[in-house]
Write a new protein. Structure first.
Length: 86
C-alpha cells in the first residue's frame, strides 16, 4: 500500500513505485476515476500515437471486394459440405 499527502492546494504526489508501475513520466497526463464507493483510480492517458503498429497486419493492402466475395463463397460451400456430408 502506498500513501501520499495532500497539499494545501489539493495536490498529491504519486509515489515513485506507482509512477514506475504505471510507466508515468514527467509531463504525462493521467485520468482519475472515482467509483460509486468513493475509491479512486489513476490511469495514464495513452496517446493514440503510442498505439501505432500494435496490430500490424502482414498484409500490405486490404482485400478487394472480389477476394472477400470469393472467401465468403468458399466458406458457404465448406459449411454446406460439412452439414450435408457431401
Amino acid at each position: 500500500m502506498m500513501e501520499s499527502k495532500v497539499t494545501s492546494k489539493g495536490q498529491i504526489t504519486l509515489p515513485k513505485e506507482a509512477r514506475d508501475q504505471l510507466n508515468i513520466k514527467p509531463g504525462d497526463k493521467v485520468r482519475i476515476f472515482i467509483d460509486p464507493y468513493g475509491q479512486l483510480a489513476v490511469l495514464p492517458v495513452v496517446p493514440v500515437t503510442a498505439l501505432r503498429g500494435i496490430a500490424k497486419s502482414k498484409r500490405r493492402r486490404p482485400p478487394t471486394i472480389e477476394e472477400m466475395d470469393e472467401a465468403i463463397g468458399d466458406a458457404i460451400v465448406e459449411r454446406y459440405r460439412r452439414a450435408t456430408g457431401k
